[in-house]
Design a protein around this ligand. Structure first.
Ligand SMILES: *[C@@H]1O[C@H](CO)[C@@H](O)[C@H](O)[C@H]1NC(C)=O
Ligand SMILES: *[C@@H]1O[C@H](CO)[C@@H](O)[C@H](O)[C@H]1NC(C)=O
Ligand SMILES: *[C@@H]1O[C@H](CO)[C@@H](O)[C@H](O)[C@H]1NC(C)=O
Ligand SMILES: *[C@@H]1O[C@H](CO)[C@@H](O)[C@H](O)[C@H]1NC(C)=O
Length: 526
């Protein structure tokens, strides 16, 4: 019987021919001389990319490795390929095409081109930034993004979480369709990502397989969904806010210490990259009237508790977030207080939330404006996206633009002459602050779920308390106090382990307190 099925299979392949590679998209590799290219196929084929500096001579070859989407992705092109183009010269234009082969058969994509990241620090650098872009609701936005990329002015796109709605939906077809929609832009400039809540399904399986970001293996490893990359005068950081909303608290710590080390290094290199721009999906603050983490209306502020002190202390200049389907810009602020009502030499983080690219859900309406909200738009911001322009050491501009009509929604500058850590905002060295009472940030996502299912508020609070006392290990410091849970959670244990192991390197941390005493560290240039 074997030869019959062989014959039939062979015949159908002959008739049908190989399908072309789809969903071709680029991302930055671990360094400027590497560009990653990915694509999807329905056939089980081998693939490679041919590339070179001349369109008539694609002389270099790199084979792809293949990962298969999980078995419940019954409607998706299951085979995801990834190849890396190596040995590239920074700031040069390259051409490439994807080739698939199976036996004697071959099929090629059309030829695309891209320009590698140049580290030229004298020319202004432009980036597209947005979050929450769906396959259907994003329809009006895709052609506008293409127009922008066609201008040839942009280095990179940053998509700050929530893709497709959702990539695993319809057996993975939604993810396929979304990646096909972005192919015209993502095959030409690197499409850089951060994970959002819509990627959480199946341990972020589709996110980790369909994208490949610097600094981690591929498929991406769940304990390394964060990375940084220097472009011109900017040290970019992409982090995962989702670590605060899943059960495994280890990732909270792993990311925290990764960020800490990354920021310490970034601060040593601030003469080269004065700007630090960090991007993560869920905002620390927002004045929307839904009951999300950032509204903190009942409990919450997980992301703020987890990262604000670290970013403030280490002198991050600008935080770009998404998740709320609206646009909002905040005055420089720290710990719920406005530090200034302008952006000249801000002494605190500047936050923007740009999650209005075209989500698969509703517009998130604004509630009462909080005093720190400098500009906000809900319905009016839908569909819109951000443009980040970095001119020089001191001047950075952010423009939020609507798609229909094409118009500027917001436009502001950050002028900063004093880039660097802001350590003295936090006094954690004083050990008498360390043992203050437990101020657990409540597990707001559990509360939301409970409220949604109609359980009474009392039960909700009891649940939250039990959960909090069992799991919380957050330590957070403000200008004058540090508050920690007494219970030794996974996080606390990890932190203490880290403190012990890093003592040799003269990082000494007060017990039960975070790590801002690094200001005294000899390794850090101030
Ligand atoms: C790439 O694949 C081809 C064909 O299978 C093989 O001959 C070649 O050795 C591979 N190259 C590398 C670097 O693995
Ligand atoms: C850097 O960019 C500037 C402005 O575009 C240009 O004049 C200069 O030649 C570039 N330098 C290098 C080394 O490419
Ligand atoms: C930096 O760029 C801004 C905007 O183009 C400009 O106004 C400013 O003079 C520049 N500063 C320096 C030091 O070149
Ligand atoms: C530590 O904090 C306590 C309480 O705020 C204060 O009384 C004390 O003076 C501080 N010690 C130092 C060394 O700053």
């Amino acid at each position: 019987m074997g030869w019959i099925s062989f014959l039939i299979l062979g015949f159908s392949a002959l008739v049908r021919g190989l399908d072309r590679p789809e969903q071709i998209h680029l991302s930055l590799g671990n360094s400027d001389d590497i560009m990653t290219v990915m694509w999807a196929t329905s056939d089980d084929v081998t693939g490679h990319v041919m590339y070179g500096e001349s369109i008539n001579n694609l002389g270099s070859r790199s084979n792809s490795s293949v990962a298969t989407l999980q078995t419940d992705s019954w409607n998706a092109m299951k085979n995801i390929h990834r190849a890396q183009m190596n040995g590239l010269v920074s700031g040069s234009t390259y051409f490439y095409k994807v080739v698939l082969s199976s036996g004697e058969e071959k099929v090629e994509s059309s030829t695309y081109s891209f320009t590698t990241i140049s580290q030229n620090k004298t020319k202004p650098r432009k980036f597209l930034v947005y979050g929450d872009l769906g396959k259907v609701e994003g329809k009006p936005t895709f052609p506008v993004l293409k127009e922008e990329v066609d201008s040839g002015e942009y280095d990179v796109i940053w998509h700050v979480g929530d893709f497709a709605y959702n990539m695993e939906s319809d057996g993975g077809k939604t993810g396929d369709d979304f990646l096909s929609e972005i192919e015209p832009i993502a095959s030409r400039i690197p499409y850089m990502t951060a994970p959002g809540n819509h990627e959480l399904g199946n341990q972020l399986h589709h996110y980790r397989t369909r994208f490949s970001m610097p600094g981690t293996t591929w498929p991406m490893s769940e304990d390394r969904l964060w990375y940084s990359y220097n472009i011109g005068l900017v040290h970019f950081i992409s982090y995962s806010t989702e670590v605060y909303f899943i059960d495994n608290q280890d990732y909270v710590c792993q990311q925290y210490y990764w960020l800490l080390q990354d920021l310490i290094t970034a601060n040593q290199n601030r003469d080269k990259q004065p700007w630090i721009v960090a991007m993560g999906h869920r905002p620390m603050y927002c004045s929307n009237k839904d009951a999300d983490d950032c509204t903190g209306r009942i409990f919450g502020y997980w992301v703020k508790h987890g990262l604000e002190d670290l970013f403030q202390g280490q002198g991050v200049d600008f935080v770009i977030q998404a998740h709320e389907h609206s646009y909002e810009r905040l005055w420089p602020m720290y710990n719920e207080k406005i530090i200034a009502k302008n952006y000249v030499d801000p002494e605190a983080l500047v936050h923007v939330t740009s999650g209005a690219a075209g989500c698969g859900e509703i517009v998130d309406k604004m509630g009462e404006p909080d005093p720190w909200s400098a500009f906000r738009a809900d319905t009016k911001s839908f569909h819109s996206f951000g443009k980040l322009i970095v001119y020089n050491n001191t001047h950075l501009q952010f423009i939020q633009e609507t798609v229909k009509p094409r118009a500027e929604l917001d436009n502001f500058w950050i002028v900063q002459h004093n880039h660097g850590p802001r350590f003295d905002n936090v006094d954690c060295q004083n050990k008498s602050h360390a043992n203050s009472i437990c101020r657990c940030p409540f597990p707001f996502h559990y509360v939301t779920v409970a409220v949604a299912s109609g359980i009474t508020l009392v039960l909700v609070i009891v649940m939250a308390c039990i959960w909090c006392c069992r799991r919380c290990g957050l330590c957070h410091c403000s200008r004058t106090t540090c508050s920690c849970c007494r219970k030794q959670s996974v996080w606390t244990k990890m932190r203490m382990k880290f403190e012990k192991s890093s003592r040799d390197k003269s990082y000494v941390h007060p017990i039960d307190c975070d790590t801002y005493n690094l200001l005294d560290n000899e390794d850090v240039e101030i």
